[in-house]
Design a protein around this ligand. Structure first.
Ligand SMILES: Nc1ncnc2c1ncn2[C@@H]1O[C@H](COP(=O)(O)OP(=O)(O)OP(=O)(O)O)[C@@H](O)[C@H]1O
Ligand SMILES: [Mg+2]
Length: 311
């Protein structure tokens, strides 16, 4: 860390505007390499104040690595990023006071009550003791967990834990939220509740970057979308424009196999016989099982064309 770095108190983050032209998240050729894997490949993007940016991609696309670099938890190999105009490499602690980071897993917190969990994080963000109770009440109300205040954290359901995790990211009133798959593993009702909560945060003026595998999950409340695959940002921009682009270019994926002894004749009718039809059926059946086996052996993912989010 840069030794001259100053760390603003929690609560000052939203008011201290350093972002040029209202850009709250900016990455410049951000790259992360792990030995022989390029997890994030020269990613450049800009997210404006108040944007809700959906970061979509399949498993291993580089979403978590990108978010962790923005959250100052992973050091970029090359390039850099700015949160509210502050360089994540130069002033990581100042960046942390401006962001609320929700990881894609919930840590183990044995013997800790909900309010104690929130108090712990509020204290870590240097919120004065006399203000913490009010802050805790506020975030519990926002996440609809008031009646769980005195429950043990490890006794909460998954959906409640996810909401508590989100509550924790809000205690210091950050301007930017980095949410890594906040709805993963939730049932449909809990997903809707989470979505309503995120809409509320958006209405409060937060700049939100949220990751998911599924475009439809985010499309109705994100105004911007970025699509990442194999570490590369394939598309980024207005959600409707991107949806149109994707709808315009649907691909059909059909498996083919070359047969040395082609059953073609049975198809064109030139040599139609019960024997050739039977043979054709056999070949068609074997090709399906071959294809299935081949997909299992080589890994289904490898054979697929460029991944597209489900619409
Ligand atoms: N600490 C690490 N060491 C080595 N490789 C890593 C490490 N972290 C991530 N990777 C690799 O970087 C790539 C991107 O991983 P990342 O977790 O960022 O993807 P993701 O889009 O978040 O995937 P998922 O949807 O499964 O959460 C993957 O190939 C992964 O194996
Ligand atoms: Mg991830």
């Amino acid at each position: 860390m840069n030794k001259t770095e100053t760390v603003p108190d929690a609560g000052q983050s939203s008011s201290a505007d350093q972002s040029p032209n209202g850009v709250m998240i900016r990455t410049i050729k951000l790259r992360k390499e792990y030995r022989n894997v390029v997890a994030v490949r020269d990613l450049s993007l800009e997210i404006a104040r108040g944007d809700v940016y959906g970061f979509i991609g399949p498993n291993g696309a580089g979403k978590t690595t990108t978010i962790k670099m923005l959250a100052t938890l992973v050091i970029p190999s090359y390039g850099t990023a700015f949160i509210d105009g502050i360089d994540v490499r130069e002033q990581p602690r100042a960046v942390r006071s401006r962001i609320g980071y929700m990881p894609d897993f919930f840590g183990v917190y044995d013997d800790m009550k909900v309010w104690e969990y929130l108090d712990f994080f509020a204290a870590a963000y240097k919120i004065p003791r006399d203000k913490r109770l009010k802050v805790i009440d506020d975030v519990l109300e926002l996440t609809d967990l008031q009646n769980k205040r005195d429950d043990f954290v490890d006794a909460l359901s998954r959906g409640m834990k996810q909401r508590l995790c989100l509550a924790k990211t809000l205690v210091h009133d950050p301007a930017v939220l980095l949410l890594d798959e906040p709805a993963s593993g939730l049932d449909p009702r809990a997903r809707i509740e989470m979505r309503e909560l995120l809409k509320e945060l958006s209405r409060m003026g937060k700049t939100i970057l949220i990751s998911s595998h599924i475009l439809t999950e985010l499309a109705d409340f994100c105004n911007k979308i970025g699509i990442i695959e194999k570490g590369e940002l394939l598309l980024s921009g207005d959600v409707n424009q991107i949806k149109n682009k994707l709808h315009g270019g649907r691909k059909l994926w059909l498996p083919f196999r070359h047969f040395p002894e082609s059953p073609k004749s049975s198809w064109n009718g030139s040599k139609s016989s019960s024997l050739s039809i039977q043979k054709t059926r056999m070949l068609r059946k074997s090709s399906v099982s071959w294809w299935k086996k081949d997909m299992q052996l080589r890994g289904a993912r490898k054979n697929r064309p460029t991944w597209k989010p489900s619409l």
